[in-house]
Write a protein that binds this ligand. Structure first.
Ligand code: SF4
Ligand code: SF4
Ligand code: FES
Length: 475
């Protein structure tokens, strides 16, 4: 591999790598604003300027590929003076609102100002201000904080495939906005907030709910479709506050779609059934004890011919435990997977857009097929009851002629009102597990929060069922 010298250290690099990346590979930070590894390089903020031997002027590290024998200084006096000047320039118009800015704690502008800026400001002029029009349901705009790095414009054009963010006016009046002030249209709008290095574009969903330094982070996999994008659950005190992308160049690169990003909201939905419940006839679902709910679930199947429906939003471990349970206690019961209307097999899955989204709106369709389970098409003849296992995403199909339904897992009112019993289970954030994405990639994820309410993990529910007396259902 070719080598260059950065701050006196010999560093190997891959041909084509720029100096920001090469320096980062050995733990040397070169501060950036406009550079983002997932976007084209425009080299317009000048924050990354460094000294290269034999070059009279400072060079932008983000746009300079490393070369054999190159000698680079990232901490010389000239470099430091440039960083101070760039910070001063960027802050000329920036409001002093860090204490009430939701980006605080993860703001590149704030961090770089602290690390590379000066503590004095020479300007006394009034700061420029903008009117902020509504950008739609995902993003809150606060353009007084914008440093015109154009990451958002490039994200729209290059990744989301939509030219919706633009720079209007010129010079000191330059403003980043949407075309004609229209709301954002992309299904990937949450990424604008991730890539903005300031508090100019923040998530409406997360804003002012929690300071970022209180959040605990757990790596996980999105369950929103069969791509299985890598992401991080961020929670505090057992409440999920947001999900953000985790870089995986093989699967989702740096991005998440909005459906996957905000999917976590069902975990804390007030309509979620979090207590064991049994049918109270016209009074709807009634909360009860676990033992009573299990007995009610079991006895509702007495004398019936049931089938088992397994959501393709369950993990491999859960479905394997379920298969063992069925072999032992309900042998011969037909079993099918369900998840997305019209996508009853991996053959029927496919790209839902040219970016990330897949047609299968559950994460483990591939995994369930690996376990030999076929997709649900219609109720088999003679079947008049169903035990439905659901993780939180799978859409329960219409079940003609099925009078008795028992739900195990995550269910919401009012959809669950006609069930004979609900045994509340855990969402993807409340358990460990393994899933296989549409390409067959095996991915593991970790529990981020404790089971909500009285919900339990599936193996525990199956154990309660197995130990609750005669196991029901066998006609
Ligand atoms: S809104 Fe954010 S990402 Fe867009 S140009 Fe301004 S600072 Fe950069
Ligand atoms: S593309 Fe699929 S897996 Fe990726 S974030 Fe969206 S819903 Fe989740
Ligand atoms: S990060 Fe290199 S010029 Fe902006």
């Amino acid at each position: 591999m070719p080598k260059c010298i950065i701050d006196g250290r010999e560093v190997e690099f891959k041909p084509g790598q720029n100096l920001v990346e090469v320096a980062a590979s050995v733990g040397i930070e070169i501060p950036v604003f406009c550079y983002h590894p997932g976007l084209t390089v425009v080299a317009q903020c000048r924050m990354c300027a460094i000294e290269i031997e034999k070059m009279p002027k400072l060079q932008t590290a983000c746009s300079t590929p490393a070369a054999e024998g190159m000698v680079v200084k990232t901490k010389s006096d000239r470099v430091k003076q440039n960083q101070k000047s760039v910070m001063e320039f960027l802050l000329i118009n920036h409001p002093l609102d860090c204490p009430i800015c939701d980006k605080s704690g993860e703001c590149d502008l704030q961090d770089n100002s602290y690390k590379y800026g000066d503590s004095y400001m020479r300007t006394t002029e009034e700061r420029r201000t903008y009117m902020d029009l509504d950008m739609g349901p995902v993003i809150q705009k606060s353009m007084n904080r914008c440093i015109h790095c154009t990451r958002c414009i490039r994200f729209g054009q290059e990744i989301a495939g939509i030219h919706e963010m633009v720079a209007v006016q010129r010079g000191n009046n330059t403003e980043i906005t949407t075309i004609d002030g229209r709301p954002l249209e992309t299904d990937y709008a949450g990424n604008y907030s991730d890539i903005c290095p300031t508090g100019s574009l923040t998530l409406k969903d997360f804003r002012f709910k929690k300071r970022v330094w209180y959040l605990k982070k757990t790596p996980t996999v999105c369950e929103g479709c069969s791509r299985g994008c890598n992401m991080e659950i961020q929670q505090d005190a057992n409440t999920v506050y947001r999900c953000v992308p985790r870089t995986n160049m093989e699967i989702n690169k740096y991005w998440l779609c909005d459906e996957g990003r905000f999917n976590y909201q069902y975990i804390h939905d007030a309509a979620r059934v979090l207590n064991p419940a049994v049918s109270g006839g016209t009074a709807g679902l009634q909360m009860t004890e676990w033992s009573q709910a299990v007995v009610a679930a079991r006895s509702s199947l007495d004398g019936k011919k049931p089938m088992v429906l397994v959501g393709s939003d369950l993990t491999q471990e859960e479905v394997q435990a379920l298969q063992q349970f069925l072999n032992k206690h309900l042998s011969g019961t037909p079993i099918f997977h369900f998840g997305t209307p019209g996508v009853t097999s991996t053959q029927k899955d496919g790209a839902a857009d040219p970016i990330l989204k897949r047609k299968s709106k559950t994460a483990n369709l591939n995994g369930l097929e690996k376990l030999g389970i076929k997709g649900f098409e219609s109720v088999p003849s003679g079947v008049n009851a169903a035990i439905i296992f659901r993780g939180g995403r799978a859409v329960v199909p219409e079940l003609k002629g099925v009078g008795t339904k028992v739900g195990v897992g995550v269910f919401n009112k009012p959809d669950a009102e006609d069930f004979h019993a609900i045994l509340p289970g855990t969402s993807f954030a409340e358990k460990d597990g393994t899933i296989f994405n549409f390409e067959g990639r095996e991915q593991k994820f970790k529990r981020a929060i404790l089971p909500q309410g009285q919900s339990k993990n599936l193996p525990e529910i199956l154990m309660l069922w197995a130990n609750s007396g005669a196991v029901g259902g066998a006609a």
